[in-house]
Design a binder for this molecule. Structure first.
Ligand code: NDP
Length: 315
């Protein structure tokens, strides 16, 4: 039978390119989990993804209720789940004030981490039940959360501190909208959320890999400088960032190439190792990359898991 993969945020950028790369193989059905149904349908059509190989389902990660509804709708479709890709993200580098999810969490961490945390925890059962030979849960990471790299050292740096802001509910009422309890900073909130994504992947691996055989992995697909992720940045940045990445850092990668990379992590038998953070070198060969000290801190991963469970209503 065909494999079934859910990709969040498949209406643009990396998620859409991955939906195309996987959808056109004919071996998979892609469930595009998106907040804007029409945008996703149009995007899938314009890229020519064969109609029989995808379904758009509504998911707004900035609402825990919507995450639960999505899981119900997916289950009612009767499809088994063989792979889940947590890809969607928001990035608000120029925001002066925090904005919040339906449940009152700062928007970047609330969407990128907490929404995906609940989604992947609920869908773990579905992955367990699948009889597909290789089952995978992939969470898209980023170099910017890794302070062991040049890009990760551009201020403001990611830092989760002792999670006091997260424990306080990630809003300005009780404590702070930032995980470490500091002042709001949109760029830092995004980087923090990516550290959470990478810690979550490793905690899944430690807790469930042996028992379930599911592959848990993360990746940095390269700098896809032209995606919608930078839509909220100032125009000068948006004009200069792609050539800077192409010619100076040489980290630039096209959406199509990044989509092929993520598709490999979903379905390539040679990338089935669990607990790995994948990256690609200049000749587009994959390798197991090192995470920063904070992004591989097992104690922090455990604490993040426990605090997140409480916030999303699982504990
Ligand atoms: P895009 O902005 O193009 O894509 C982000 C997607 O997330 C969009 O489809 C967007 O939907 C969706 N999304 C945002 N908020 C929600 C929500 N509340 N509920 C459901 N979906 C939502 O950015 P990219 O393709 O660049 O980003 C994809 C992933 O790649 C992210 O995890 C990002 O961190 C990661 N990444 C990107 C890099 C880059 O250089 N671009 C580098 C490293 C990692 P909509 O279309 O409705 O806005």
């Amino acid at each position: 039978r065909k494999g079934n993969v859910i990709i969040t945020g498949a209406s643009s950028g990396l998620g859409l390119a991955t939906a195309k790369a996987i959808g056109e193989t004919g071996e998979w059905h892609v469930i595009m989990a998106c907040r804007d149904f029409l945008k996703a349908e149009k995007a899938a059509k314009s890229l020519g993804i064969p109609k029989e190989n995808y379904t758009v389902m509504h998911l707004d990660l900035a609402s825990l209720e919507s995450v639960r509804q999505f899981v119900d709708t997916f289950r009612r479709s009767g499809r088994p789940l063989d792979a889940l890709v947590c890809n969607a993200a928001v990035y608000l580098p120029t925001a002066k004030e925090p904005t919040f999810t339906a449940d009152g969490f700062e928007l970047s961490v609330g969407t990128n981490h907490l929404g995906h945390f609940l989604l992947s925890r609920l869908l773990l059962d579905d992955l367990k039940q699948s009889d597909y030979p290789q089952k995978r849960l992939i969470i898209v990471g980023s170099i910017t959360g890794n302070t062991n790299t040049l890009a990760g050292n551009v201020p403001p740096k990611a830092n989760l501190g002792d999670l006091r802001g997260l424990s306080g509910g990630l809003n300005s009422l009780n404590c702070s909208p930032m995980i470490d309890g500091g002042e709001f900073d949109g760029a830092k909130a995004y980087k923090d959320s990516k550290v959470c994504n990478m810690l979550t992947m490793q905690e899944f691996h430690r807790r469930f890999h042996e028992e379930t055989g599911i592959t848990f992995a993360s990746l940095y697909p390269g700098c896809i400088a032209e995606t919608g992720l930078f839509r909220n940045h100032i125009p000068l940045f948006r004009a200069l960032f792609p050539p800077f990445q192409k010619y100076i850092t040489k980290g630039y990668v096209s959406e199509a190439e990044a989509g092929k990379r993520l598709a490999q992590v979903v379905r390539d038998p040679s990338l089935s190792k669990s607990g790995v953070y994948w990256s690609w070198n200049s000749t587009s060969s994959s390798f197991e990359n090192q995470l920063s000290k904070e992004a591989s801190d097992a104690e922090k991963a455990r604490k993040l898991w426990e605090v997140s469970e409480k916030l999303v209503g699982l504990a």
